[in-house]
Ligand binder design. Structure first.
Ligand SMILES: *[C@@H]1O[C@H](CO)[C@@H](O)[C@H](O)[C@H]1NC(C)=O
Length: 503
């Protein structure tokens, strides 16, 4: 699994206009390169969604397409007297971490809400099923008032083994938060996921949508009333894995923002305005991931402002503009860094999570700006048009798909060259079909250490990606580079949908 990023030292460019000019030349050069090659965005879209089937926990349905995966973790929750089967493994291990699972569900939902119409019928259906695999689990995890189950699986026990999920004999402890052990971060994100998904299902399945929204309302109320960080309540279970470093205020605001969008209830709008101060511009302006929702809140709420429906939320749009400017070189000290090959780079491991989530925001904001016929002013004499934001986002997607110094696709199964030794237990161990007998905890080590390619191709998995010099080891022990995660793919689904419809 991947951890929170740390900020890189700021770089100040000598002159804004020189830097921007160089950058645009750089981008247009790369665009020529991409145009010459062209990507099959629809193929990549299909694969990016398929990946989620490889991450499924629980009893697999008959229409499961990744056939080398089988039923697993069928007794999750039993030790606590509840049913917690289902849901997703976060990455290359077999723990069900609720915080990133909820964030993944939120981002898959946002991908569908903004870009579902670009997916084509078949992939839209698959994407909706991927959301439902998440929400069916989150409904189980929130089934009892005042309790949220936030994780299944003892991470130390799990990480000590290299085992197929189907063979798991590690501790499947179920961890929960409640009034005396609060977790406003994970509960806030869970409320956001349920609310966002209720929009996805609004016309497709109105009664399921109502169930999701009502649950979101309850979970948010619990998160807000019993405030605290789940890392304090469950320290050794969640840290250092998905430790809440950034605090829970942003998840409360994020939950309220999605509830506002899903329910249109006045109380959430008022909550947002009351708590606006939580988001100060500054060094978190361009952070967005499972731990930090700042840029996401700003972009999400800006849509309302740009449509002229919410002048009381204007400060969020000012922050969103600042976020956009931070992705262009040379404008502010909170500048996002790029690798020499042109990839957004933030330190801390699993860099692709930043690439896909920030690119998603660029694209979403670009659409909101287009509708309002608006451009972002960055500095005195320049503005970033919606078309420029789309080019920046496309450049990141093209890098992932193979337009990079190594000429390798970072999506498994896409293009002629892609990572062969991803840090993923199920992919790297022989499947049950190939090897029906149990492979124990330590017996898996020889597969982990093997130089051979993984036997099971986890199609669609996007790995953590290259280091800041565009180098990639393609080696299992380098988990920061070679491990896929669900929250890398979730925003990518929206990006690929858009570009498949606008090639
Ligand atoms: C990236 O990885 C390459 C190859 O392992 C190495 O030579 C280079 O120093 C690394 N760059 C950074 C900034 O760590």
């Amino acid at each position: 699994m991947a951890r929170i990023s740390r900020h890189l030292p700021a770089t100040i460019f000598p002159s804004f206009s020189t830097a921007l000019l160089l950058f645009l030349l750089f981008v247009s050069n790369n665009l020529r390169h991409c145009a010459a090659r062209g990507h099959d965005y629809h193929d990549a879209l299909r694969k990016s969604i398929l990946f989620f089937e490889g991450q499924r926990s629980g009893r697999l349905p008959p229409d499961q397409r990744i056939r080398w995966r089988k039923d697993s973790a069928l007794h999750d929750g039993a030790s606590a007297g509840v049913d917690l089967t289902g849901g997703y493994y976060d990455a290359g291990d077999n723990v069900k971490f609720g915080f990133p699972m909820a964030f993944t569900t939120t981002m898959l939902s946002w991908s569908i809400i903004d870009f579902g119409r670009n997916m084509g019928g078949g992939e839209l259906g698959n994407a909706v099923r991927a959301v439902k695999w998440g929400t069916d689990y989150l409904l189980k995890a929130t089934a009892h008032d005042g309790v949220v189950y936030v994780q299944v699986g003892d991470p130390l026990s799990d990480h000590n083994c290299w085992e197929r999920p189907e063979d798991m004999d590690t501790l499947r402890t179920a961890y929960k938060i409640d009034a005396n052990h609060p977790g406003s971060d994970v509960a806030g994100e869970t409320a956001a996921a349920l609310a966002a998904a209720s929009i996805v299902f609004r016309s497709r399945d109105p009664s399921y949508s109502r169930l999701l929204l009502n649950r979101a309302i309850k979970v948010f109320e619990f998160a807000d009333r019993h405030r605290g960080a789940y890392s304090n309540s469950l320290r050794y279970a969640v840290c250092p894995f998905y430790c809440d470093v950034n605090g829970y205020q942003d998840e409360l605001l994020w939950g309220a923002a999605w509830l506002h969008k899903a329910s249109r209830r006045r109380e959430y709008r008022e909550y947002i305005v009351r708590n606006e101060v939580v988001l100060r511009a500054g060094d978190t302006i361009n952070e967005f991931g499972w731990d930090n929702k700042h840029a996401g809140i700003n972009v999400l709420l800006s849509k309302e402002v740009l449509m002229g429906r919410a002048n009381d939320l204007k400060s969020f749009q000012i922050n969103a503009d600042g976020f956009i400017c931070s992705l262009l070189p040379g404008i502010s000290h909170t500048q996002v860094q790029y690798s020499p090959g042109g990839l957004i780079f933030k330190a801390g491991g699993s860099n692709m999570q930043h690439v896909t989530s920030l690119s998603f925001l660029l694209l979403a904001y670009s659409n909101y700006l287009s509708h309002a016929n608006h451009a972002v002013a960055c500095g005195a004499d320049s503005s970033a048009s919606p078309a420029l934001l789309k080019r920046l986002a496309r450049r990141q997607v093209d890098y992932i798909l193979g337009d990079n110094p190594l000429g390798i696709s970072y999506m498994v199964g896409y293009g002629p060259r892609y990572p062969q030794r991803i840090h993923h237990r199920g992919s790297s161990l022989p499947s049950l079909d190939a090897h029906p007998t149990h492979i124990g905890c330590k017996a898996g080590s020889r597969y982990f250490l093997s130089p051979n390619p993984n036997p099971n191709v986890l199609v669609g998995a996007v790995v953590g990606g290259p280091n800041s010099s565009d180098a990639f080891p393609d080696s299992r022990p380098f988990f920061q580079e070679s491990e896929p995660t669900t929250y890398i793919n979730a925003p990518l689904v929206g990006l690929l949908a858009y570009f498949s419809a606008h090639p």
